[in-house]
Design a protein. Structure first.
Length: 368
């Protein structure tokens, strides 16, 4: 078992990483203040892990809320179901919510915790690779709006993040690849040596080899914890964690939430960010090709949807949290491992990026 810490002064908290943690009360009890606990999960995860977590928390008054599964349900109506469950069971301000599931469950449970009686404690128990390496750490919570992803929410930190790596054994291959998009991101933005490790171990990761997975999770969480500790509310360096996300969120919104998984959209969006960085002269062709090959090796989509044209992207990208004072800011790379957040780019370079022939680019990358 490994422990990392997110250093936020009086709101610091641990990230526990190991196998079988779901069954061990020691990782939960120190972070639960009252006698009431509400486990929020979904219809897919409940049959797999809900009973086990209830046994672990047998000493508490446990309420369960089982939500429908999928990004399409990350909205107000589903959020209300959490409040319905808490109020019906008369949960007070000392209750603790536990998010048992992937990124959608974590984001909604955290947002519910931020809102319920103006703020109660919550614990993240992420069960997908994407939520383990990214969304469960750092306190970003929220829901989607029809006009834009994650546009309604709060920065609200958990009491702890409990990552039981054994839950990945039930993860479908598509979800595994989606999580790898966020793992690869850390190499691109701040850890260039990690890219070589990922290139060497990609086969092991796709085969769910436990040692490789644990190292990838730990390295990703350590990078995220460092960035969040330096910039909790995303006024500076934390925005670099959104590499590929402005393009990716446009894909998710346009295609309909859940049609492309978040990590899949980030995969294609990252290729677009790499291509734009190359067009600006910040990445060499060899670096661009290397990035595309790594994302493709993770079995991620590396070409944006054919249904989308440049105008579609521009329309959705105008409704993005990185737009400030009417200016679109993008996360781009000045060399692998060197992310920048900038609005200083010629409009025509952005438009050329949106109109590029990604099928041809991917073909060229594969020829090396």
């Amino acid at each position: 078992m490994r422990t990392l810490n997110v250093d936020l002064a009086d709101r610091s908290y641990p990230i526990y990483i190991g196998e079988g943690l779901l069954d061990d009360p020691r990782y939960f009890e120190p972070h639960i203040r009252g006698r009431q606990v509400a486990i929020v999960t979904n219809e897919t995860i409940a049959p797999l892990y809900l009973d086990r977590l209830q046994k672990t928390l047998a000493g508490y008054q446990v309420t369960t809320v089982v939500l429908p599964d999928g990004e399409a349900y990350k909205q107000w109506e589903t959020l209300q179901l959490i409040f319905d469950g808490l109020l019906t069971a008369r949960h007070d301000r000392k209750t603790t919510l536990i998010a048992l599931g992937g990124g959608v469950i974590g984001d909604m449970t955290g947002f519910a915790a931020a809102c319920y009686q103006r703020g109660v404690d919550f614990i993240q128990v992420p069960t997908t690779l994407l939520s383990q390496v990214d969304s469960s750490v750092g306190g970003k919570t929220g829901i989607n709006h029809p006009l834009g992803k994650n546009m309604v929410g709060a920065f609200y930190q958990p009491q702890a993040v409990v990552i039981d790596t054994a839950t990945l054994k039930t993860l479908p291959p598509r979800e595994l690849s989606a999580g790898l998009a966020e793992v690869i991101k850390y190499g691109f933005i701040c850890d260039e040596p990690f890219l070589a490790w990922l290139e060497a171990r990609m086969g092991d990761l796709l085969a769910l080899e436990p040692t490789a997975l644990t190292e990838a999770i730990e390295r990703s969480c350590a990078a995220k914890a460092r960035v969040v500790g330096a910039d909790e509310k995303e006024t500076g360096v934390r925005a670099t964690l959104n590499l590929g996300h402005t393009f990716g969120h446009a894909i998710e919104t346009h295609m309909g939430y859940g049609v492309w998984l978040h990590g899949e959209a980030v995969g294609a969006g990252t290729v677009m960010a790499l291509e734009m960085s190359h067009r600006l002269g910040w990445l060499t062709k060899a670096e661009l090709d290397r990035g595309i090959r790594l994302l493709a090796a993770a079995k991620l989509p590396v070409v944006p949807p054919q249904e989308m044209n440049a105008e579609h992207f521009l329309e959705h990208m105008a409704v993005d949290k990185k737009v400030l004072d009417g200016r679109l800011r993008l996360v781009l790379l000045q060399g692998l491992g060197g992310a920048v957040v900038t609005a200083e780019f010629p409009r025509e370079i952005l438009e050329e990026t949106l109109r590029a022939d990604y099928q041809a680019l991917v073909g060229q990358a594969g020829e090396h």
